[in-house]
Design a protein. Structure first.
Length: 298
């Protein structure tokens, strides 16, 4: 459960480097490489009477559900769907089981959330099953990426606290170290596996990024994400961002503070390891094609 500790929203990445995704039909659940999509985010709900069980709700307000419908007749594996039951039951409950740095999600009946590979119709499908083949043992392992942290607010102080007596300590007594720590939980206080914003190191910088649409516009409702980057080359940064987002071919751009236009980054990033905010433009988009046709050096 520590991977989900105080997590509000998560992404789950399978061993096929694809993300658990809620389809637009508001019923199907598949795998997709676009981890930046809203449909790849799942809201975590904790059960009051069970410390080791969670529910996962899609962006459509429906729960990740282990159904009793077979995925293919005559084959093992049952469908995993989005569903909003009239009464929440065990079919929407998942028990995280840690396996090294990854996690397995087990149903109340002992089966596991499985990301299938291979040829269609298995490819990109999601079922719940107990894998028996050695080659598919890793298909039930998931990386947990925490997108939003559940912030616990500190209790409001009493505006009229009762008077307290003051008794100075004897001068001869040694002073005791005092630790001050807020009870509120921030991203920086979470563990490495939970950090949606990595901590900056002395050898690198933080790169904040958003993905544009085909016309270079940004959906402000989508949260800006972040990675820690130690290099200075734009090509190296591009490869890392492509791996992080699952996008095939992107152009890394900055937006002018004067006119708001996008400009592709050139060979090197600015010196001094200053933090940067960049926009990722798919090369196949209209803006990406305009950059290419104009032969702007990237």
């Amino acid at each position: 459960m520590d991977q989900f500790h105080r997590a509000k929203t998560v992404r789950l990445r399978s061993n096929h480097d694809k993300y658990l995704t809620a389809e637009e039909d508001e019923e199907s659940v598949t795998q997709d490489r676009n981890g930046a999509a809203k449909s790849a985010r799942w809201t975590v709900e904790f059960l009051e009477n069970a410390d080791n069980v969670i529910r996962l709700k899609s962006c459509y307000g429906k729960y990740l559900t282990a159904s009793n419908q077979p995925f293919l007749l005559g084959m093992t594996g049952q469908k995993v769907v989005q569903y909003l039951p009239c009464r929440l039951d065990s079919s929407v409950e998942w028990e995280p089981v840690r396996d090294g740095q990854q996690v397995k999600l087990r149903t109340r009946y002992g089966q596991f959330l499985r990301a299938n590979g291979g040829l269609p119709p298995w490819r990109n499908s999601v079922t719940h099953d107990i894998p028996h083949r050695t080659s598919s043992q890793d298909w039930i392992l998931w990386d947990v990426h925490v997108v939003d942290i559940l912030v616990i607010q500190s209790p409001v102080a009493n505006p009229n606290p009762p008077p307290q007596s003051y008794s100075p300590a004897p001068e001869s007594s040694p002073s005791s170290p005092v630790s001050y720590k807020s009870s509120s939980f921030s991203r920086q206080e979470s563990g490495d596996s939970l950090d949606v914003f990595p901590k900056k190191t002395s050898e690198g910088r933080l790169i904040y990024y958003r993905i544009t649409d085909g016309y270079g516009e940004i959906d402000e409702a989508v949260e800006e994400l972040c990675i820690s980057f130690k290099g200075n080359g734009v090509e190296e940064l591009k490869k890392i961002l492509e791996e992080e987002t699952g996008l095939g071919d992107i152009i890394v751009c900055t937006r002018s503070v004067l006119n708001g236009k996008l400009y592709p980054l050139r060979l090197q990033l600015p010196p001094n390891n200053a933090d940067m905010h960049v926009c990722l433009v798919p090369s196949s988009s209209k803006v990406g094609r305009d950059f290419t046709e104009a032969r702007i050096p990237l």
